[in-house]
Design a protein around this ligand. Structure first.
Ligand SMILES: Nc1ncnc2c1ncn2[C@@H]1O[C@H](COP(=O)(O)OP(=O)(O)OP(=O)(O)O)[C@@H](O)[C@H]1O
Ligand SMILES: [Mg+2]
Length: 280
């Protein structure tokens, strides 16, 4: 189903949240706060004719109190033949630069415990359907990411230990099969491309450069400023949404949740910083 405005053009200009601290084209799903755009979309939805399989979904969308939209990323997912052909078609230098960007995306994921992408700090098989390549928004763009809080203190310590080990491996390399080998295997399994050693090194360098930038931002106070501005934005958006209940059935506090998100980012940055300084 596609949504068209009154001129028959696809509705564009949806609000997306570019995480400023990440300096990276990561797009978060984000309810539209702009009234005029929201009205435009609603009136287009009212007129939308659904095909057989989409009928229920359209009814649901028409009646919903809030609309969640996301920017369309016009690339290809990092899976299957299209991704293989895309990667094979890149010049070596462009492929190296892309590996560096993959590394930066992995490092970003560690800040928010976004485990459903690359198996770097997480013992899973990865999900490369959450990486898009070759889009006009960027050669590597993450989709379908979210902050996953870890409430259990031991679980959190365990996670931060894995972040440290991943950053440590990014700086020094691994003695034997390490986490970057798991990422390399996942890329091979999903795209049929076996990355060369230098390309893995570029991925590692992406992790190190991202973590170093974040450590610098933390030291200068820029990280706090960034977290504050993202928090303010999120709080403003939640203020326009219907109240939500938390898993215990109590009214959820957006401020509390946002504070917890920020705290996870701070702790992951500190873990990365520790690994970086131990390798100096
Ligand atoms: N913003 C986007 N722009 C373009 N295509 C997208 C976008 N978001 C999702 N897709 C497409 O839809 C697919 C599924 O989207 P998404 O990953 O959000 O759903 P999912 O059900 O959570 O999938 P999974 O559980 O496999 O991660 C993506 O792999 C991609 O092909
Ligand atoms: Mg997905």
């Amino acid at each position: 189903m596609e949504i068209f405005d009154s001129h028959g053009e696809k509705v564009r200009g949806w609000e997306v949240c570019n995480l400023p601290c990440a300096n990276y084209p990561v797009k978060l799903k984000y309810p539209v706060p702009v009234k005029s755009e929201s009205n435009l979309i609603r009136s287009a939805l009212k007129r939308a004719e659904a095909e057989e399989g989409d009928r229920m979904q359209v009814e649901f969308l028409k009646r919903g109190a809030s609309l969640t939209l996301q920017e369309y990323i016009n690339g290809i997912v990092m899976m299957g033949t299209p991704a293989q052909e895309y990667l094979q078609g890149l010049e070596p230098s462009a492929r190296g630069a892309l590996c560096e960007k993959l590394g930066r995306l992995m490092a970003f994921d560690m800040l928010i415990n976004n485990f459903d992408r690359f198996p770097l700090a997480w013992p899973n098989d990865g999900n490369l359907g959450n990486v898009m390549l070759g889009a006009s928004q960027g050669s590597v763009v993450g989709i379908d990411q979210c902050v996953s809080l870890i409430k259990h203190p031991t679980g959190l310590q365990d996670y931060l230990g894995r972040v440290k080990r991943a950053v440590d491996e990014a700086t020094k390399g691994a003695a034997s099969r390490g986490r970057f080998q798991a990422v390399r295997d996942a890329i091979n399994l999903n795209t049929g491309i076996e990355l060369a050693e230098e390309e893995v090194a570029q991925m590692r360098s992406g992790v190190v450069s991202f973590m170093t930038e974040l450590a610098d931002m933390s030291a200068s106070g820029a990280l706090e400023k960034s977290l504050q501005s993202v928090s303010d934005e999120l709080i403003a958006v939640t203020a326009s949404l219907p109240a939500r209940l938390d898993p215990m059935g109590s009214p959820g506090s957006p401020q509390l949740m946002v504070n917890e998100f920020c705290d996870l980012v701070r702790k992951a940055v500190a873990a990365g910083q520790e690994a970086l300084s131990s390798s100096e």
